[in-house]
Write a protein of this length. Sequence first.
Lengths: 116, 521
Amino acid sequence: MRRSVLGLMGLAVILAIAMPAAVRSSERAERSPQELFAARCAYCHEAGGWGTRVLARRMPEGEAQLRQRTSLPPALTTLVVRRGIGAMPPFTPTELSDEELQALAQWLAEEARPRR
Amino acid sequence: MPVLPPGLTQESFDKALDEFRAAIGAQWVFTSEADRASYLDPFDIGDQHDHASAAALAPADVEDCRKILAIANRYKVPLWPVSMGKNFAYGTAAPEMRGSVILDLKRMNRILEIDEQMGTAIVEPGVSFFDFKAELDRRGSRLWMSGPAHSWGSVIGNALEHGVGYTPYGQHAEQICGMEVLLADGTLVRTGLGALEGTREWQAYRWPFGPALDGMFTQSNFAIVTKMGLWLMPEPEGMAGVSIRVPRKDDFRALVDTLRPLRMTDTINAPYTIANGWRQITGGRVRSQVWDGPGAIPQARMEELLAERGDGWWSVIFNLFDSPAGLDLRLDKIRRAFDQGLPGATIDVRRWQQGEPQEPWMRQEVSLAPLGAVDWGGSPGGHSDLGPIVAPLGGRAEQVYEIIERRFLEYGKDPWVGIFGISSRALVFVADMYFTRTDAEETARCRALFRQLCADMQAIGVGLYRTHLRFMDDAAAMHAWGDHALPRLNDRIKAALDPNGILAPGKQGIGSWNSREGTDR
C-alpha cells in the first residue's frame, strides 16, 4: 500500500514537472470563451489594462473596456484579433484557433448590451 | 495575393505544403490570408508585406521539426523559426526574407524542469514569461524570474535575442547554460555537459571540454533551439529601488563616470536605466497632448514639461538586491559617489524585504507596459530602435549621445533615448524612433535616419546589439574589420551547417547569399 502511494506521488511529481506551461494547443478546444478571454484578452482589456487605457483615448466614455461595449460585432473581433489594430498586435492561430476565436467573438458580442 | 518562397513555383510549393500536412497534420499548416496576416509585423517601419510569409507551420515536438526540415531541404523552402513571435520593434514574428515559411514553435511549450536547489530551469521555446512566472508562483518557488519590459515574449526567444531584464540576472543571454539544438540536417545536439549521457551538470557549468557553443546559437540561424537551460536568481532578502534625478543636460558625462565604478564593483548589482528628457515625459500620454508643432519637441518646451513633473534632464533608475544590512552599505557607497561626482543629483530610495508584499517598482510582476507607448507619435503607431553598444566612459557615451540627438533633431524626430547599464562594462543605448505606420513619408524618414545613424556609428567604431529585420544587413555590414572577416566567417559556418540555406536566411545578415530574387530588402 505504502509503495503504491509513493508510486502515485512519484507519478504526480513527474506529471507536475512535465506539465506544459500553457495548455497544449491540441487541447485548447476545451477552453470556454470566458477562459480564453481571461487567458488572452483580460490582461489588456479589463479595467486599468493598457488596451483599455489606449482605447479610452478614442472611444466614447464607458466603451473603452471591451466587456462594457454596447455593441461588439463578432466580425470586428475576429478581424482585429488576426490583423491587430492600433497598438494591439495580432494573435496567431497557434494562440487562438479559428474555432476558439469564433466562440470568443460570439461570447463578447453577447456580453455587449445597449445601455438603457 | 499569394506569396511564394524565392525560387519556388506555385506547383512545387503546393507539393511541399502537402508533404508538410501529411507530416504534422493539416490543422497545423496555415496558409489562409487571415492566418498569414497574423504573422506580419504590426509595427514595421514600412510596408509590412515586404516581410510577408508564404505559410506557417506549428510542430508539436522535435520529431515534427525533423520531418519539416527534411521536406524543407528537399524543396528548398526557407523556414523562419519563432518561439512566441513577440519580438516587438524588431520584427515580431515576420521573416527577414519575404516568402519564408514561419516555423511557429508555440506548441512546444513545456517547462521541463525547475530545480530549486540548483536555481536552474529547462524550458521549450513556446514558454512565455507569463507562463513561466505563473508556474514559479504555482510551485511557490523561491526562485525569481528576470523578465524583460513586456512579458508576452518567449523566455528562450528573449535570451537568444540578447534581451535584458532588471535583476542581477538581467543580461538574459548570460543566464543560458546548455541548449538542445536541431541542425538543418536533422541532427539533434545537446551543448556543453548535456553531451554526456546521464549528466547531472548540464545546467551547472558553461565551460565544458572543448568550445562553448551556446553563444553561437544566439542571434543566429545555425540551428533551431528546442530546449534551453537557464540560471534563475534565488529570492533576495531585500531590495532597494533607487531613482536619481540629474538636473542639467551637460551632466551626462559626469553621470556615466559616476555610475561606471559603482556598476563595475557590483555595488549597483542589476542593470540601470538612464532616460533623457524626451523619454521621461511620455508617461502614458501621446505626443499631441504636449506638443503640436512640426519637428521634434523643442528644448524649451521639454524643460517646461520636465519642471512640471519635478524631473531633471536625466533620470536613472535601478534596483539593488541584498540583505537589509548589505543594502545599507551599497546605498551609502552610492550616495558618497554622487556627493563627490554629481552633487546636484537627487536620490530617492524605496525599500522592500522578504515577507513584505511586492510593489510595482520591483518589476517582478508580468507586464505589457511598453505597448502603451506605441501610439506616442500618432495612431496606428510603431517604433524602431537603434541599439548602439557603448563603453561606459563619460566622453565616449557623450560622443554617441550627441550624434544620436543631433541626427534625430535633423530628421525632425524626438530623440527618445534610454541608456541601459546592462553589464559591468557596457551600455546599450536604445534610441526609439516613433512613427505613424500609415504615414509613408515619416516611415521613410525614419528608415533614412536609422541608416544614417548606422553609418555614423560605424564611423566611430560602434556596433548595434539588435535590429529590426529591415536593418539586419546594414548592422552586419558595420563589422568591416579585416575585409568583413567576421560576417564572412558566419556565412562559412552557415554554408557548412545548412548548405541549402533553409534556416532563417538573412537573420543577422547571415546566409544572405541565398536567393534574394523577388525580395524587397
